[in-house]
Design a protein around this ligand. Sequence first.
Ligand SMILES: Cc1cc2nc3c(=O)[nH]c(=O)nc-3n(C[C@H](O)[C@H](O)[C@H](O)COP(=O)(O)OP(=O)(O)OC[C@H]3O[C@@H](n4cnc5c(N)ncnc54)[C@H](O)[C@@H]3O)c2cc1C
Length: 424
Amino acid sequence: MAMQRKQVLILGGNFAGLGAAQKIRDYAGKDVDITLIDRKAYLDYIPNIPLEMFEGRDPASTMHMDLIGPLAHEQVAFRQAEVLGIDVPGRRVRVRPSERPGAVEYWVGYDWLVIALGARLAYDEIEGFAAHGHSVSDAFLANRLMDYLKHDYKGGPIAVGSARFEQGSKGRPAWLKTALAACEGPPVEVSLALAHWLQTNGKGGPRNITLFTPAPMIAEDAGEKVVGQLLEAASKMGFGYVNNTQGIRRLTAEGVEFADGRKLAAELAIVFPNWRPHEFLRGLPIADEVGFIVTDTLMRNPEHPEILACGDAAALTVPKLGAIGHQQTDIVGRQIARDLGRMSPAKADTPLKPVVVCIGDMGGGKAFYIHADAWYGGPMQELRMGRLPYLQKVAYKEMFFKSGGRVPGWALPAAEWMSEKWAG
Ligand SMILES: Cc1cc2nc3c(=O)[nH]c(=O)nc-3n(C[C@H](O)[C@H](O)[C@H](O)COP(=O)(O)OP(=O)(O)OC[C@H]3O[C@@H](n4cnc5c(N)ncnc54)[C@H](O)[C@@H]3O)c2cc1C
């Protein structure tokens, strides 16, 4: 009688979930059945949403990549369903199919569970956001902001910044610092690109915009040297800057009120919220006190090694960057191959050494490129600005879509090479 293959269940199908499925297939071969569950059947290419919006395209039509085709190519089964809960001792997940309303709930079992569910972007916890806030983290918000800028913006002050991030501490290694903001590349990027858009459209420029951060220094995970250079350039251009706000108390018609009592006048407030873990994860034995999944540097939960996590859902992913999730998916694939006896421990046990990689649009066909591990105690702090990083950002997205997310390890140098060819 044929033995039933072991079951890998992946929850979430954006950058981390799709990447994990591909890496597991690469390293574990055909020895496992892989099933991926997501509530939607497309990948949302979030990092380029602001660029698309400022260049006049609708991110809903340009940033959604079909998920089912690339998964089928890897012989990974896709199930469209809402994940409702995890029964850790019972090794099963509670789901409700989400293709049509009215579905009932089912349990799905697993031998390994990979949690790649990202986080909730908690705009609903910011008082006044619905009436007075804007953002760019999905196509709906980006299109709403562009409509406002085109039709309603009167040329007044603009505030751009982050709410306070709540990071857990359970199981946190000593090298992982406390971050007061979840991901501050986007506010820097949006400020620069927006300033260019305002100038091009005769509605203002850098002097209209003030960047704010809950932390002592914006984007501190990029390293002091990099941020120092960025801030110097921004201040020469005329941007305002407010730090140490401790968070957002509320948004009003007058602007932003900060947790430390200060106020910033704003006709337009573009904010990034707390990255809050999904409610059903909090309280599970595999989660920290806020709900992020606790793992060691091999991305496995120490008490339940059959449960792995990658991407924004993992407690070790700080800042919440797709690039760090990408590094983790490789480790997840190796660990499952090791359990199957398809990879030696020496080859599989390569612990996470996070590196911050962020390419942010600056408008006008230019971008900044940050490559740093200083925040984790490493020596790297690289900042480049100009046309090449912009071409790299666009080329990387093209490669991602054309290869169904299978951007090889040499993606960044290759994107650079392509950019040089195009630029030349
Ligand atoms: C504006 C902006 C710009 C950014 N720019 C960059 C950048 O330049 N570089 C970079 O590295 N990172 C960037 N990031 C961060 C990056 O987008 C995230 O780190 C990345 O998307 C995380 O990937 P993930 O797969 O872990 O989670 P997500 O992308 O959040 O995906 C989670 C998936 O799980 C699914 N899901 C969630 N809950 C459920 C449920 N209950 N049931 C079923 N399915 C569920 C979702 O549908 C989704 O597909 C940016 C973020 C923003 C907001």
